[in-house]
Ligand binder design. Sequence first.
Ligand code: PLP
Length: 412
Amino acid sequence: MDELDAHLTEAARTFGTPSYVYLTDAIDQRLAEIRAALGPWFALSYAMKCNPNPGLLNWLADRVDFLDVSSIGELRLARQAGWDPARASFTGPGKRDTEIAEAIESGIGELIVENLREAIVANRIAGDAGRAQDVLIRLAPSHVPKGFGDHMAGRPSPFGIDIEDAPDQLPEILALPHLTVVGLHIYSGTQCLKPEAICENYRIFMSVFRDICEAHDITPQKLVFGSGLGIPYHAGDTPLDLTAVADGIRAELQAFCAEPRFAGTRLILELGRYLIGEAGYFLTSVVGIKESRGQRIVICDGGMNNHLPASGHFGMVIHRNYRMHRVGGGTGEQKVNLVGPLCTSIDRLANAVALPPLAEGDVVAVHCSGAYGLTASPIHFISHAHPREVLIEGQSLTDISRDGSMKLPPAP
Ligand SMILES: Cc1ncc(COP(=O)(O)O)c(C=O)c1O
């Protein structure tokens, strides 16, 4: 058994299934790769929407520079996990006034203003508190290159200020007396595996940043490049070549940073899945097997309720199986449908996936599950026990489950 499977076996034996396992060595390795390829230009901001587990957040606090939260709930979790709000930014197109107020009172580093309304509200709240609030203005470019799994710009979208509206709206924001515009923010596309598309997107960012800063005479302290770096979820996906991204954009980034206006600017890569996704596995055990009209259906203890994206209902148009394996290996292959415990036919983890023959009690590990796994799943549906979460640091396993996960009684 290889080292990974030894860890997964121990986690399943100690904490049971369904469970999520996060390997810190894999995150450390990914961090090193990112710093080596893009570190000369970029600081890193972890978008905690992809995995808000407090144990993981706490582990990350000394390892990444900044944090991006997208709700006041996330900010509270981050604070509980030891993050100083001054290192956090707050994105999201639907911030309520009460959230803006709490973020400002908490000392949030920057509010990412996505529209004029938010800016006006933040200005009033900051003014009432007798302070100035740092903000970044989120912009929505008019174009996103082909190759991104989801687009937040380049078409009608709720995210940020469309660049064609910037000439009207930015002067109004810049004139608000209790806001200090310290920079700009773009996050326009996600889950991209093509280096050339990512480079092209960064070129668009630089061009927008240049034009807007020049037009409104902004000398930014920070510019956020929403990364869009993708991970290989499915068999046949080619992992992103980060060195190719760096090689493709190095000269232009260097030239950009050398421009007098940007000489003192901190460029920030805001990312989630690329950092955490491949370091996480979802473990689910076989509860029963049914031969049904020529198909072998393997029923597991955790399915769509624990891992919505693997079931194909989180932004996937056509369901493609996540990469997965039988923990402990095995010889031979059999095509099976892997389903969860819910009373709905959409609770499918995999269709016709080839795995070694499975039997009751076997554990299947679903790969690429560190990001948008548990946090993106309808865990209350049908009131099954919530999955546990386990952090593996070297040889040590820690239960980092959030409140609400319940241990099932031991098997009789
Ligand atoms: C504003 C913003 N920042 C960061 C992210 C993180 O994206 P990813 O996990 O793909 O890196 C997202 C994802 O949707 C986002 O909307």
